[in-house]
Write a protein that binds this ligand. Structure first.
Ligand code: 6PG
Length: 252
């Protein structure tokens, strides 16, 4: 259950406004992020419009691409150029079009042999980047983007998975996905995702109506267990059919 000091729920009119608002928040976090801001991206369809937007004016010219580092919160265990790859999608939609130095993109090594090996390599990569191996030291990320699956999963943390209870490791392999695409996954764990100045959920589409209501009310779903050491923001497009939410009824 969320114990976040600062959960905010922000409603926007449509998918375009969601992308715009997320882009503004991302820009603000980069501006506050010091010399080497770190952004953790998410997969799925909800961030696609945001990703395209980042490659256009005014964001394209405003983001210091040479300084920002891009990570992924979860990855499908498929080759880097497969259309199912989450980092592959981020590359196609913006990273490959804006002149990001190769070393600033941090993909999961899906050629590593197994999700477990790739998870260990990614954890080592995160530790190398942040220069420490304790999650309660300085936050790993400036911004972590998250999605909400129709079964309440977030990242590749599916209902009933042992990965939900992981407290020590930063990244784990997930042999069985709970929802399509049914390919093995690699996912950051809750404590690693929480190590951020801001966690930003992007939720769009009427198919999310029921699960969103449950997540916001604090039902025991993976997405409601996600927490942040900094701010936790749910950015919601009104096309979900959820127009407002009375925080007093929330248990999170
Ligand atoms: C993935 C994800 C996943 C996603 C949600 C929401 O690899 O599938 O990272 O957690 O964010 O399933 O996906 P949609 O935005 O497509 O609804």
């Amino acid at each position: 259950m969320s114990s976040d000091r600062r959960r905010q729920i922000v409603f926007v009119s449509d998918a375009e406004a969601l992308a715009e608002s997320a882009a503004e928040r991302l820009l603000a976090r980069i501006a506050q992020g010091g010399s080497r801001p770190a952004i953790c991206l998410t997969g799925g369809t909800s961030p696609e419009r945001l990703y395209r937007r980042l490659a256009e004016a005014p964001y394209r010219g405003a983001i210091p691409w040479d300084r920002v580092h891009w990570f992924i919160g979860d990855e499908r265990f498929v080759p880097a150029h497969d259309t199912l790859s989450n980092m592959g999608a981020a590359r196609r939609l913006f990273l490959d079009h804006v002149g990001v130095p190769a070393g600033n993109i941090h993909p999961v090594a899906t050629d590593a042999g197994s999700p477990e090996t790739a998870a260990r390599l990614y954890e080592a990569e995160l530790k190398r980047f942040c220069g420490h191996d304790r999650l309660n030291a300085k936050p790993l990320f400036d911004l972590v983007l998250m999605g909400l699956g129709r079964d309440g999963h977030t990242a590749s943390l599916f209902p009933g998975s042992p990965a939900l209870d992981e407290r020590v490791r930063w990244v784990v392999g997930v042999e069985q996905a709970g929802l399509a695409p049914f390919v093995p996954r690699v996912t950051l764990t809750f404590p690693a995702l929480a190590s951020t100045h801001e966690m930003l959920f992007l939720v769009s589409g009427e198919d999310k109506h029921d699960i969103l209501g449950r997540a916001l009310s604090g039902d025991d779903l993976p997405a409601s267990r996600a927490h942040s050491d900094g701010d936790l923001v749910w950015l919601i497009d009104r096309s979900t059919g959820v127009e407002n939410f009375d925080a007093r009824s929330a248990t999170g």
